[in-house]
Design a protein around this ligand. Structure first.
Ligand code: AKG
Ligand code: FE2
Length: 283
């Protein structure tokens, strides 16, 4: 597996971004895209605690990506203040996402705006992601196939990306957008196709925006306790249709089969993934 550093760029225009990155679906880090946002400095831990500390939030642990009862469901609910204090107090696998804070606090939307670097931003879906030091996001790609602009507000995170073409070599589990290979310690004996994989990595800093092109696999490690806001954009109807198809098949089939079969379903997916990659190597 080869990982190359993602470019860091300042002053990209719509044209240069389109030509150098968007058209070839190449990741890039913008160092200045968030500069006009009030959120960049205003959204401190203290700010969230004092204004929104009373909100109840669904919190996830590492069980989220393991088969069985905890698969894709929150671990517990706590107040936002309690959650942030837990994250501040040291390493933890706790994370929070899929909680639309903007529905409870619409005024937060005045503190950022959709980027003007490209068209097609989907205004309804800004999401915030919070994670404790040492927590990580399992390798996946976003089911809706939109481009993601991940804006880092607090803390650093290491992000590893792979293009969609690498899915087979990454042993994607069928009916899911997930892979269970270990990005940090690839097991080349068990998963020989991983030797062919090429990807990108970056340590994203507060104030920076990472462009994750449509369909790109991402694995994320929270180096520090931190949070980001992601904005999505979709510039093609084909991508939207593919996204809807993915949601219909993957979500329903995978969640349903997990309920029926539990860990056996995960084993079956792993077997199929291995078979696919081997067919490719032999071909
Ligand atoms: O930053 C994170 O915690 C997860 C981000 C992610 O997976 C996404 O924006 O699609
Ligand atoms: Fe994602």
């Amino acid at each position: 597996m080869k990982l190359k550093q993602i470019d860091r760029r300042e002053g990209l225009t719509r044209e240069s971004f389109a030509n150098e990155y968007l058209s070839s679906l190449t990741p890039v880090v913008f160092t200045d895209l968030m500069d006009p946002w009030a959120a960049k400095d205003k959204w401190s831990v203290e700010f969230f605690k004092s204004k929104y500390g009373h909100l109840k939030v669904p919190v996830f642990s590492a069980n989220y990506s393991k088969p069985g009862k905890g698969y894709m469901v929150p671990d517990k609910t706590m107040t936002f203040r309690e959650f942030l204090s837990t994250l501040e107090s040291g390493p933890t696998d706790l994370r929070m996402f899929l909680f639309n804070i903007f529905r409870h606090a619409p005024e937060l939307c005045d503190d950022f705006s959709t980027h003007t670097i490209m068209d097609g931003f989907i205004k309804q879906f800004p999401f915030m992601f919070f994670g404790g030091e040492g927590s990580h996001v399992a390798l996946h790609y976003d089911i809706d196939m939109s481009h993601v602009f991940l804006n880092q507000i607090h803390g650093r995170k290491r992000v590893v990306l792979f293009s969609q073409e690498q899915s087979r070599n990454l042993y994607r589990h069928p009916y899911t957008v997930a892979s269970y290979i270990d990005v940090n310690n690839p097991d080349y004996e068990k998963y020989p196709a991983l030797k062919l994989v090429e990807g990108y990595e970056v340590m994203l800093q507060p104030g920076e925006t990472l462009f994750i092109p449509s369909g790109h696999w991402h694995y994320i490690e929270y180096t520090d306790f931190g949070y980001s806001i992601s904005l999505r954009s979709s510039d093609s109807v084909l991508r939207k249709v593919k996204g809807m198809y993915n949601i219909a098949t993957h979500y329903v089939v995978d969640k349903g089969m997990n309920k029926l079969m539990g860990p056996k379903w995960r084993e079956l997916k792993a077997t199929l993934a291995k078979k696919r990659a081997e067919e490719l190597i032999e071909a």
